[in-house]
Design a protein around this ligand. Structure first.
Ligand code: LMR
Length: 392
């Protein structure tokens, strides 16, 4: 019966890694999958993580199972950064568990939503493609509303309309910061409004916080999430350490559930544990244990925050250069200067995306999403010249 299965396309984002790798040109540029790169084009292991890993190797005395919730020290140490030092557990209304990356967390969040009887998820379009893929795999309907206007602002009208038309049985998936793929984030005033709208509605917020610290700062990037949680009785938060600790392939994430009544917490999170058991049983330990060691140590925490700061500054410099380039060929790069995180969308046509690959060896998603961290002061002029030539 296996031969009745139909051929599935390779994941378009992950396929870019291979397409770039096999291109023999020395001056090729990878602006595809979302990994941070230094000014030299590398994605090194954070110094703070290397130090924690060395300690882990020296001191970890067992690799016996921990259980479906994983490393709870890791889960708890992250909470003040996510939810705020003063209200890290919202009065006993939050419980978390470790997951394999942000994707594992989203998978659990959406499966839990499905179990609880929700049937539809509101998703701003465009979104990270895996959001829709996970919903589809779980049999959840997706209702797409427009995330951004063509001139590069958030489309608040569309969001207001989607929420007004939604109600019981609906959840909404929101990007906490560094919107993937557009880089167009809600302002603080817009988050205030969204929090109010969600507080007055029956729609369940699921907040995907995969890039905390890569936008404006660790605190600043949590503003929207904290405002929403201050207004709603229930929510789910999917967290990823892939980017802000540089642990991509180690798959480090967490799921937090927020309930209205602390008495429901054990029951609700037990569903996360049961779903984890049926999916991967228990999350991989190494990366999360390294993060915990960083966060348990003041000096390593300071080092990590400093490394994150440097990443953020470099991406701001690249964005400033792109923004200052302004009108380049047939596209306007000005908005890129004001956007946040790793990604921006440049309105290339499908032919222009192909021409950038074929003629210039510059790889990025078919949507026109570029990973700005793939640009360096050494290759940005080459990129701008290529944009000029294919869009002129
Ligand atoms: C991306 O969007 O490039 C990253 O989040 C990596 C991934 O898993 O897709």
């Amino acid at each position: 019966m296996l031969n009745t299965l139909t051929q599935q396309p390779a994941d378009a984002l992950l396929a870019l890694i291979k397409l770039h790798n096999i291109d023999p040109r020395a001056d090729k540029i990878d602006l595809g999958v979302g990994v941070y790169r230094t000014g030299q084009g590398d994605t090194p292991v954070f110094g703070a993580i290397k130090a924690a890993e060395a300690r882990l190797v020296a001191e970890q005395d067992s690799k016996a199972y921990l259980g479906p919730e994983g490393d709870m020290g890791f889960v708890e140490k992250l909470m003040p950064y996510i939810f705020g030092a003063d209200s890290a557990d919202l009065g006993g209304r939050i419980e978390g568990m470790q997951t394999p990356g942000g994707t594992g967390s989203l998978r659990l969040a959406l499966a839990m939503v499905k179990r609880a009887g929700y049937s539809r998820v509101l998703v701003g379009k465009p979104s990270w493609p895996n959001h829709n893929q996970i919903c589809a795999d779980l049999g959840l309907d997706v209702f797409e509303f427009n995330h951004a206007t063509p001139d590069g602002r958030t489309d608040m009208e569309a969001l207001r309309g989607a929420l007004a038309a939604a109600g019981e049985g609906d959840a909404i998936l929101l990007h906490g910061c560094c919107h993937n793929p557009t880089g167009i984030d809600y302002s603080n005033a817009e988050w205030d409004e969204i929090a109010g709208l969600l507080g007055a509605s029956k729609v369940l917020p699921i907040i995907d916080l995969a890039y905390q610290g890569l936008g404006l700062g660790m605190e600043e990037d949590a503003y929207g999430l904290r405002r929403v949680l201050a207004q709603v009785p229930e929510a789910l938060v999917s967290y990823s350490c892939d980017k802000n600790f540089g642990l991509y392939r180690d798959r480090v994430g967490a799921l937090y559930v927020v309930v209205g009544d602390p008495a429901d917490l054990t029951k609700v999170i037990s569903n996360g544990h049961a779903l984890a058991r049926a999916n991967w049983s228990q999350p991989p330990d190494h990366g999360a244990a390294a993060v915990r060691l960083v966060l348990e140590d003041e000096a390593l925490t300071a080092q990590w925050l400093d490394e994150l700061h440097q990443m953020r500054d470099r991406m701001r410099q690249v964005r400033a250069r792109l923004g200052a380039a302004g009108k380049t060929g047939g596209v306007d790069l000005t908005p890129v200067g004001n956007q946040h995180g790793l990604f921006s969308i440049i309105p290339f046509t499908a032919e222009q995306v192909q021409a950038m690959r074929a003629e210039h060896g510059i790889y990025f998603a078919a949507s026109g999403r570029i990973n700005v961290a793939g640009l360096t002061m050494g290759n940005i002029d080459q990129f701008l010249a290529a944009v000029e030539s294919v869009t002129a």
